[in-house]
Design a protein around this ligand. Structure first.
Ligand code: APR
Length: 254
């Protein structure tokens, strides 16, 4: 016997209750975090600080101060992540969410995906993403004039210059201490306010303001399904907590 949860076989009761909520809902909003992509082989932020990067502090790599201190170092870290992203594929959890979107559309419902992830695995699975709250690894932007560079520039070994103004391009990532892009936040809040079911997947729920979105749903009485192998800060808000991983639980629910 072991005390650890058997996340390969989530409770049949939780799966059945989650499936019933999904079947009833017309407007579903999915809110995903790093755990969504873990089974695709993308480490969560802190797990990523291994190997070459194990001696770095996250705030040296993901903050405006870190960028000012050593932009080449920061560029190199994000470039490594962009290169790695090309080597991985969406997992069964991403595919199940895309399938849910097709099913709901066929019955005049809809699915909105709001993600904190900077990868494009939801899109590659076939989902329409409403908001990338924390930016994207694909395509840098100018640190001075906000011009957006092509996705392939994120793979450049040398930090590229802006073709418009000559300043440095930077990763299009929302760093610690930076504001969320207004349009993405607006779209995300609207999708959460309009949905009749929120599915929260693979987020620790501690990074604000993104983590406020489930609170918004809970306050308006919207049911919440949480999929996470470990309880999170958001588990107390969940109507149904499915103690399992994204790639195992989502195909089973959907
Ligand atoms: N399936 C589902 N959930 C998983 C899985 C999995 N296979 N593996 C891990 N998890 C869960 C963990 O239990 C944890 O609760 O995913 C969560 C990951 O938490 P974080 O690493 O804190 O990721 P996230 O919540 O997305 O972080 C928010 O913080 O690092 C910054 O900007 C970055 O967008 C990120 C933000």
């Amino acid at each position: 016997m072991s005390d650890s949860p058997d996340t390969d076989s989530p409770s049949a009761d939780a799966l059945a209750r989650a499936a019933a909520l999904v079947a009833e809902a017309a407007k579903v909003c999915v809110f995903s975090g790093a755990g969504m992509s873990a089974e695709s082989g993308i480490p969560t932020f802190r797990d990523a600080l291994t190997g070459l990067w194990e001696n770095y502090d996250p705030t040296d790599l993901a903050s405006p101060a870190g960028w000012r201190r050593d932009p080449d170092l920061v560029w190199g870290w994000y470039r490594d992540r962009a290169v790695r992203l090309r080597e991985v594929a969406p997992n069964d959890g991403h595919l199940a969410i895309a399938e849910l979107e097709r099913l709901k559309r066929a019955s005049t419902g809809r699915v909105s995906v709001v993600t904190q992830n900077v990868d494009d695995l939801h899109e590659r699975a076939g989902s329409t993403v409403t908001a990338h709250l924390h930016g994207s690894l694909l395509g840098p932007r100018c640190e001075a004039c906000a011009h957006r560079g092509e996705a392939k520039l994120s793979l450049a070994a040398e930090r590229p210059r802006c073709p418009e103004c000559g300043a440095s391009l930077r990763p299009d990532i929302v760093w610690f201490g930076e504001m969320l892009p207004e349009r993405e936040w607006h779209s995300a809040s609207e999708a959460v306010a309009a949905c009749d079911l929120l599915i929260v997947i693979g987020t620790s729920g501690v990074v604000r303001p993104a983590a406020d979105l489930p609170l918004l749903a809970a306050e308006s009485g919207t049911p919440i399904i949480e999929v996470n192998p470990e309880p999170s800060a958001l588990t107390p808000l969940a109507t149904v907590y499915v103690e399992s991983t994204a790639a195992v639980a989502l195909p089973a629910i959907i």
